[in-house]
Design a protein around this ligand. Structure first.
Ligand SMILES: [Ca+2]
Length: 400
């Protein structure tokens, strides 16, 4: 144990994580959820292109950290104590800043694909003014923070929460693994897997030091959300998804099959219960989710949020949330119609001469290092979600 191991407010030993992210509305909520979970110790945030480009993602992360700083100040304030302590004793005491590292901003092959149709032109539900430049540093962050009501003190406090690495994201991932004891660092990858795959390609031996990789992506037995077959994160860098799933690393996949079922937040309850709180965090969440809610109402006639990325963080916060099973499959790295399709080996006995096949009486063992979520505990997730972010008791406010 290193001398800078953070002290948790609970008796849990926090899980050390690198979060690889493309914020992103649900990424933003996932990051705040992770920051507020004593079970999670964020060592690094590595930024990948995805919902938007890496410049905007960096700007968004800095704004998210300003909100986190403002929220921490609120939790420690007399006002919170007067209200009855929204999160009594749940803050993690940090002795180290989070390291932020930028990815290359491109998939391993081809052009980047973005999801601004869903997450807004800025990737954050059009939280930032449209004319605000995708600045990688200060001006846009400051103007938007001002618009959001966060103060100079919040921005200063946020600067104490992070340092920006000079390393590229893939190098920072390898650096973190090399400077901590083996099998103590988890990776939670909630965007396209370009950074993770580059780290694997660059130094596969060091990557073996990872404890586990949790990733939101793929569609196994359900339709895709970007093509008939493909989920967005894996489609946006199908070769990277292929590299990870073909590896022998311990990988836990949360595909659309489970995230679209077990992480749905009904906005009626979110808005009616979170809005009156008027905490820095609740104000931010209400604001960044409006664009997505308007979109889901137009497209599906219902205002709802699918919390893919928070559920993925939740899998580490409370392992009983998600049931995983090993699955032997590969990700199609290219393909005219089948890019990023999850090709599951459903054969009981491979045909003679098939790849990896041979004697039908002795079929090769299925790969078991890739585990896929098959079931989520929706009630438990919503309970954790509302409690962690808003201090609310889901069992008391849930619909009948
Ligand atoms: Ca994401």
């Amino acid at each position: 144990m290193t001398t800078d191991t953070p002290v948790s407010a609970t008796t849990h030993t926090p899980q050390s994580v690198i979060i690889d992210t493309d914020p992103g509305v649900d990424d933003a909520i996932a990051l705040l959820f992770a920051f507020l979970s004593p079970e999670i110790d964020i060592r690094a945030l590595t930024i990948t292109q995805g919902n938007t480009n890496v410049g905007k993602c960096l700007r968004n992360i800095k704004q998210i950290l300003s909100v986190q700083a403002a929220h921490e100040r609120f939790l420690e304030s007399d006002e919170n104590a007067t209200r009855g302590a929204l999160h009594p004793g749940s803050l993690v005491s940090r002795t180290h800043p989070v390291v932020i590292a930028l990815g290359q901003g491109q998939p391993l092959e081809g052009e980047a694909a973005f999801a601004e149709y869903y997450h807004g032109a800025d990737g954050l539900g059009n939280y930032f003014p449209v004319e605000s430049p995708p600045d990688t540093q200060s001006a846009a962050v400051e103007s938007a923070a001002h618009a959001a009501g966060t103060t100079q003190a919040d921005e200063d406090a946020a600067k104490g929460l992070y340092t920006v690495s000079e390393r590229l994201a893939e190098d920072e991932i390898l650096h973190q693994l090399n400077t901590h004891p083996a099998h103590t660092i988890n990776i939670v990858a909630v965007g396209p897997l370009s950074n993770v795959a580059r780290a694997i390609q660059k130094d596969p031996e060091t990557m073996k030091k990872v404890k586990a990789i949790y990733t939101m992506g793929g569609a196994i037995n359900v339709p895709g959300n970007i093509t008939p077959l493909a989920e967005f994160n894996w489609y946006a860098d199908a070769l990277a998804a292929h590299v990870l799933v073909a590896s022998d690393l311990p990988v836990y996949v949360l595909p659309l099959d489970v995230t679209t079922v077990s992480s749905v937040v009904d906005s009626q309850y979110l808005i009616s219960h979170a809005l009156p709180l008027h905490t820095p965090l609740s104000d931010f969440v209400v604001k960044i989710t409006q664009y997505v809610l308007d979109l889901t109402e137009r497209q599906w006639g219902n205002r709802f949020l699918t919390m893919h990325d928070p559920l993925t963080v939740g899998a580490l916060v409370d392992p009983s949330l998600i049931t995983f099973q090993p699955l032997d499959f590969q990700v199609e790295p290219a393909g005219t119609f089948s890019k990023a399709f999850c090709v599951v080996d459903r054969r009981q006995h491979p045909a003679p001469g098939a790849v990896g096949g041979g004697d039908a009486a002795e079929p090769p063992a299925k790969r078991t290092n890739i585990k896929v979520a098959v079931k989520g505990d929706t009630r438990k997730f919503l309970s954790l979600f509302y409690k962690t972010l808003f201090g609310l008791d889901w069992d008391a406010i849930k619909p009948e």
